[in-house]
Design a protein around this ligand. Sequence first.
Ligand code: MAN
Length: 519
Amino acid sequence: MYVIFIISFLVVEIYGSVSVIGVPPSKLLLYQPNKDFTCFDGSKNIPFNSVNDDFCDCADGSDEPGTSACASSIFFCPNKGYYPANIPSSRVNDGICDCCDGSDEYILKNCSDVCEILGAQALAEAERVAELMNRGNSLRLQMSSAGKQTRQQKQERLIELSKELGEAGKIKNEAEEIKNNAEVKENAALEVYRAIEEKAKEAAAEKEKEEQAEEAKAIFMEMDTDGNALLVPEEIFMKLKPLKSSQAKSDANLEEEIKFMMNSKTELSFDDFMDGPWNHIRSLLAMDDTPEPSSDNVQGNDNNAEQEHQDEGEEIEDDVHEAEDPEDDKEHEGEVQEQYGPQPPPVTNVEYDEETKRLIDEGNKARQHLEEAERSYKDLERDISGLKEFLEKDFGPDDEFLSLEGQCFSYSDREYTYKLCPFDQVVQSSKQGGSETRLGTWKSWETSGDYDTMIYDRGQSCWNGPQRSAKVHLTCGLDNEVFGASEPNKCEYVLDFRTPAACRPPHKQPKDNIIRDEL
Ligand code: MAN
C-alpha cells in the first residue's frame, strides 16, 4: 500500500511529459513507465514498478534515484529558480533539507522552497561581480594603455641610450689616447727630475751613514777606556751598566748579553764593533735618552687613545656610508689608479721648470678628462642595463601590471606592517619598531601565463630556517590595495592584493548562470 503510494507520488506527469523523482531531465528517457527498466550497467531488466520502490535492484543504484534504498544512487534536485543539484540519494527523506526546493524531503515535506530567494541573491551577487568586472576591466584597459605607453617610451629611451653609449665609447677611447700621449711626454720630462731625486736620496743616505759612523766612533772611543782601539767585555759593561734598561738585569745577565752581542769574541776592533753590537748598543743608548713619561704625558696619551678611538668610530661611520653608496668610489678610484698608472711622484724640494709644469698640468687634465669620460660611459651602461631589466619583466599580457612597478602598498595586522612593492620586493616591519625584514625579492609569476600569483623569494634568512619568501594572490578590485597578509608556514608569507589589472571582462551575462526552467 505504501509502495503504491510512493510510486504514484514518484512518477508524475507534468505538461504531458513524465517525470520520475530524483532523475535529471537528461536521463528521463531511460525511465519509461510503459516499459521494463534496464539498470544503467545493463545487468538487469526489472518491471518499471520496481523503480523507486525503496528496494535496491540494480547494483549501480540506477533503479532508486528517488529513495535512499541504494547506497550508490544519485538524487537530482530540480531547484527551480536556482542551480539544480545532485545529492547522494542516501540523504533523501532523512529530515534534513538538502535541495533548496525541498524536493529531497517529499515524505515529511518539512522543507520550504527557498530557491527563488537564493536565486535572487545569487543573481544580485552575480550582477555585483559582473559590474565589478566591467568597471575593473575598463580600469584595466586604462592601466594597460598607460603600461604600453611607458613600455614604448622606455624602448625608445633604450635606443637613444644605446646610441649615446656608442658616442661615449668613442669619446672615452679618444680621451684615453690623449691621456696616454700626455703621460708619455709628462713621464719623459719627469724622468730628469726622478734621476735628480734619486741622486739626492743616495747622497742623503751616504751622509746618514757617515754621521752614524762618526757617532759610532765617538762612542767606541768613549768605551775604549784603555785607548788600545779594542773593546773588551768589561769596557762595554761599564758603558751599559748605568743605563735604565740595565737596571732590571743582574750583572751576570748583562755579562751574558754582552757576550752574545760580541758573538763570543773576547775583543772587538772598530770594524767588528760596527758589524756587530753597534746597532743594539745604539738603540739602548737612544732609549736611555728618552725622557720618562710625566703624569702630563700619561694624560696626553689617554687623550690620544680617546682620539684614536673616536677616529675609529668615524672610520666605521665612513665605512657604513661607503657601503650605502651604490657607486663604490674607492673601487672607482682603484680602477682609475690601475688604468692611469702611477701618478707623477711628488718630487719634493725640486722646482720643476715651466715646460715640465705645463706637461704635468696637461697630464692631470687628460687624466681628469678620461675619468669623466669613463664615468659617463659607466652611467650609460648602468642606465641601459636598468632599462633592459625593466623591459624584460613580465607585466602581463597587455602590460596592465606595468604601472604598479615603482609603487608600494602597505597593510597592517596586529603585529606587523607589510609593504608590497610589486615587481621589486615585499618587506615586513614590526609595530614595536626595529628595522624592516625583507620577505622576498621579485622572482616571477607562479605559473607563466596565469597572472594570479606573484612569487617573491630570496628574503632574509629565517632564524634557524630557510630564506623568507612570499606569495601574492591577486584578485580583481577597483583600487590597488593589499587587503590581507598571513604567515601560513614559518617565514613563508601570503599577501592578498586587489587591483584592476587582475580584472577580466565577464564571460557571461549573470542571468545565464541561474537555471530557472530546468524542468
Ligand atoms: C620575525 C618575523 C616573523 C617570523 C620570525 C621567525 O619575528 O619575521 O614573521 O616568523 O621572525 O623567527
